[in-house]
Ligand binder design. Structure first.
Ligand SMILES: [Zn+2]
Length: 501
């Protein structure tokens, strides 16, 4: 569906490819880095399948209301991620995949060329950057160690020369964290030592890696493959040229609500000084027209305007997943400037969606599934990239999480609705039933809808409206963090039941 960027084989061509996937040539190298107080950020080995594997998780203390984690012991230092027990929006950042962190060496973003992974070597957990391509010839780079092994959460101690920095764009701080080394790529590669350079994993006898090359020892020359090929971007989206923005002028107080009944991801914004509801920003005009027709069926008149491409931060890229792994994509609706529905007590849909989505991810990861998030913090993502993300990740299922709303004068309207378009019907039914069994929510039914995220996902896709922020019962439930977790656990149980059947 999306044009593949051809494999390129020279450094210059690689730079050209980086330009092709950025909004415009001038944006290609404009990400910068900014120092972070190292006491406010921690790299954690996070257990999967009861500790059989670990994934990298980075926690950041954003504000001081509550501590985000607790540390105990040494070799390894155990981490208790406290933030999983409260609504940490605005207090903590939790980054769990390549949307949230990547490798940056010598001022260059290497997120497309290396993936960050944790391997067990003898009795240690080791964080390394491994090449996406040519794993047999390109050496991995060791970044950190837990200095001991555990089946739980362990603190990763960064090797000398490494630190964490924040990605910035045009001077603006972003939610993305870099594992950063400031010297040329061959320095950290050399520091990783020969055992790693031969691709040592859990089965390779590990030689303790020297932190720095021995004095007088020449630095190994990086094989040409290490710097030259840029991996093909699966279904890469050249974010250049004209985009098409579908908007509905705001006619009255109900416009937003009406549009959201057709496209739940629609949000209020200003375009050319006019208050409008933006339905979506599309790369192809035909998609925009399709959405426009869909709105017309509900007697809503939408306009299509030419627009510039979305900001790179709003287009998430899925990490590559080993073949044969089952992949679940969880989509927390809204985010960033778009709060979603706002209900009783000012309660915002975007943070309800996020806390539920994060918990669902945690539960499914514990059960051994690969779970990718269109967002795992408070950021704005356009409608189209949410679907493109699941497509590119080759997801087995797509679950979008929302909260419902109707007028503030209808606190009597409460209950659960679960939507599908075509292949998601059984998934919708299983999740819906699971929530009804495990909570006291009212049943408003499993429904079919032509929502964009459902229609354009080729895998079974559902959208769960987890209750009404405008409903007195549901809003009270959302105010209680335990009740939110109960909904999340019920969604996760439903997904597991579906995947295991
Ligand atoms: Zn929503």
């Amino acid at each position: 569906m999306l044009p593949l960027i051809r494999r390129l084989t020279t450094l210059t061509a690689a730079a050209a490819a980086a330009i092709a996937i950025a909004p415009s040539p001038s944006l290609a190298n404009q990400f910068s880095q900014q120092d972070i107080d190292p006491s406010r950020v921690v790299a954690v080995a996070s257990p999967v399948r009861n500790g059989a594997l670990h994934n990298l998780m980075i926690l950041e203390q954003v504000s001081n209301q509550r501590p985000c984690w607790q540390e105990t012991g040494s070799a390894p230092t155990q981490i208790e991620p406290l933030l999983l027990n409260f609504d940490f929006t605005g207090i903590c950042n939790r980054l769990v995949d390549s949307n949230g962190y990547s490798l940056r060496v010598n001022g260059e973003d290497l997120g497309l060329r290396y993936r960050l992974e944790i391997t067990r070597q003898n009795n240690d957990l080791v964080l390394r950057a491994t090449p996406v391509r040519d794993r047999t010839t390109v050496p991995p780079i060791e970044i950190a160690r837990a200095n001991g092994s555990t089946n739980g959460f362990a603190k990763l101690q960064l090797n000398p020369g490494w630190r964490m920095t924040r990605r910035t764009f045009n001077g603006q701080a972003l939610g993305h964290i870099y594992l950063t080394h400031d010297e040329a790529l061959n320095v950290p590669i050399a520091a990783a030592g020969p055992s790693l350079a031969q691709g040592g994993g859990s089965s390779t006898p590990a030689t303790p890696a020297p932190a720095t090359p021995a004095p007088g020892q020449p630095l190994p020359v990086i094989p040409p493959q290490a710097t030259n090929p840029l991996p093909p971007v699966p279904g890469g989206t050249p974010a250049s040229g004209t985009y098409f923005r579908v908007i509905v002028p705001i006619a009255n107080a109900n416009t937003l609500q009406q549009v959201r009944s057709v496209e739940p991801e629609a949000f209020r914004t200003t375009v050319n000084g006019q208050n409008v509801v933006q339905v979506g920003l599309f790369r192809e005009r035909s998609r925009a027209e399709e959405v426009q027709r869909n709105l017309a069926q509900s007697s809503i008149t939408a306009n299509i305007l030419n627009a510039s491409p979305p900001a790179p931060a709003s287009v998430p890229t899925p990490p590559s997943v080993p073949q044969g792994q089952r992949v679940v994509v969880i989509d927390a609706g809204h985010g960033g400037r778009d709060p979603g529905a706002v209900g009783i007590g000012g309660i915002q849909e975007k943070e309800i969606n996020l806390t539920i989505a994060n918990r669902v991810q945690q539960r499914l990861q514990e059960a051994g599934f690969t779970v990718l998030m269109t967002r795992s913090d408070d950021r704005e993502i356009d409608l189209e990239p949410r679907v493109a993300y699941a497509q590119r990740a080759n997801a087995d299922i797509f679950v979008s999480i929302h909260a419902n709303a109707i007028s503030m004068s209808r606190p009597d309207v409460n209950g659960l609705e679960t939507y599908y378009y075509s292949s998601g019907q059984r998934l919708a039914q299983v999740i819906h039933n699971s929530i009804l069994r495990r909570t006291d929510m009212r049943d408003r039914g499993v429904r079919q809808a032509r929502f964009y995220v459902l229609r354009y996902s080729s895998m079974p896709a559902v959208l769960v409206e987890t209750g009404f922020v405008t409903g007195s019962q549901d809003a009270a439930r959302f105010q209680n963090m335990n009740s939110r977790m109960q909904i999340a656990d019920a969604i996760a149980e439903g997904i597991l039941e579906y995947l295991r059947r």
